[in-house]
Design a protein around this ligand. Sequence first.
Ligand code: ADP
Ligand code: SF4
Length: 691
Amino acid sequence: MSRDPRYDILFEPVEIGPVTARNRFYQVPHCNGMGRTFPSSMAAMRGVKAEGGWAVVSTEQIDIHPSADITGATEGRLWSDQDIPYLARMCDAVHEHGSLALIELTHNGKSAPAAYSREVPLFPSHIPVVGNAPVQARAMDRTDIRNYRRWHLDAVKRARRAGFDIVCCYAAHNLSLAGQFMLPRYNRRTDEYGGSLENRVRLFREIIEDAKEAVGDTMGVVARFAVDERRGAEGMEFDKEGREIVEMLAELPDLWDVNVAEWVNDSITSRFAEEGFQEPFISFVKQVTTKPVVGVGRYTTPDRMVSLVKNGVLDMIGAARPSIADPFLPRKIEEGRIEDLRECIGCNICVGWDHMLSPMRCTQNPTKGEEWRKGWHPERIPRKAGDDKVLVIGAGPAGLEAACAAGQRGYDVTLAEAAEELGGRVARESRLPGLSAWGRVQDYRVHQIRQMVNVEVFPASRLTAGQVLEFGADRVAVATGARWRKDGFGRAHQFPIPGADGACVLTPDDIMSGVVPEGPVLVYDDDHYYMGGVIAEKLRGDGVEVTLATPDPVVSSWTDFTLEQHRIQARLIELDVGIEVNARLAAVGDSVATLACVFTGRHREVAAASIVMVTSRLPDDALYRELAGNAERLCDAGIASLHRIGDCHGPATIAAAVYEGHRFARELGAEPADIPFKRELTELAAEFALP
Ligand code: ADP
Ligand code: SF4
């Protein structure tokens, strides 16, 4: 297939100072939970993006000095020459595919509590560090500022030695000293770095000038700047100082990478923002500079990208999440394979696992983070290892991905689904408020499956154990999902909640199947991810009076990791949902629920004609257990292996179900391994082992 000429403009080269990007696709810096801790994984992941056509491939934050130590976060580091080799490995991986490697240098000021280095954090003025650790950053004196410029410059020079083509001077996300100096609420200085806007911008100007002077003939120098903080007059505003700063420095950098701070405003989930949500804030930038401009907004639609370029909003399409969900997005557009795009669903599971300090994962892309340690490529999968016939039972995210990936390997696959529609929990959940983009998980896979003659799909086919045994499959994957529990068992309750067996008690499954309970409703959330909040929102939309109670101090507490918590709480408050925090559900009575304070145990009653229990789930594994319980029958039926995958194996995220489905397909025909991936340190130790 060839490219649609409408998209030609996306494949024009863009000059970034002395270097040239081969097209307009720019993977902006993004955390990945690998960084310096899992450097081989990080390098391979970046290399795959270059292979997929991103002309610029960036690092995550790279801290430049022990006083910039952001230990806790799994980012990059460039303190000395000893840090060059692992970064060089990334550059090599990017260059191998003809892309440019970009490094984002940072000193995080009060966001760098220096837990490992034990240095005193630095800042424009005295201030406690972020979070609640008993640590303060101290006001930098002139020597500190001179040192900071020197550290930054040294890092720039080292970056060039590592092989980077572009250096990014960072003043975004409210995370870097250069940006923090600009903000009057932080900068209370009276010297030449405080007071007037010119003074507050001085440091940013200086590090850009230093970089240009040192490496400007060979490396592009990018200014990454948050033009707005969405906190009104207290912060940066795009139509006030945000604009003035771009005007002041307009022609200084070789490219402007602009966005909205903080990270919660830059990577908003699809539940709270549409594709292109940053445009109102960043569209002025091209009017005040002749340098190329890159911006983000979870762009996955090629026509939208074209219009951004044609309308003079952006020169390059920036992406973090869309490049994670589909590292081959540019190549697919280039090859005219639009229908193969695996669009980001905007769930922020990637962000969540970075915050969990572990290698990133992605709901849409099960190979993310596995490029090096498992050798999984997002677009290539080994041919089948034999002529086994594969039966997958259940077409939720696990079953769909299993059938899709096994089909891509060339196996003959049958996918049986009890319901009329495919998609399982994804189909159900994507009808809840704000979650429609999640339907892309099923849309992508159903489309892929439909292209394959070797995959047969049978909807409305609930299989029994007898039918499975008679089917004649060699390999069987049971992907029958999970159901929400009604008894209240969860994190705060290891015994059924008294009264939970009453008729007034429902689960999210009931609500998703269309039950509108009698109000007032108490949604009891001991799950802490999105479901409790979404159910409360849905029921309010149905006109029901709702209270959400949770043992945690805030609603949907885990969504802090996905950058959503404050938005969810705000939305529920706006919707007039009653909120009861630090409250365990002690008992369910007749039109009343008894809540117990998690600290004092004191009881209090709230009116509740119905309760929706959002606590935990149980695998729907009866079919699996029946089949697994009789090895002889399996053997007689010719079934060589039986697996349970996804929520039927262990109820978890949609991302986990997709991963399990993919893993099943990848491992077909392979010997099971106790440790199914390479580890960084053991591989390194092997390199240095004595003969
Ligand atoms: P997962 O997240 O693990 O993919 P889901 O709950 O989304 O799990 O999907 C499980 C799917 O399995 C549901 O669509 C359900 O209708 C289907 N299913 C359950 N039992 C059977 C069965 N015996 N035969 C066929 N499909 C089944
Ligand atoms: Fe997009 Fe979700 Fe994947 Fe992140 S995890 S890239 S938000 S689909």
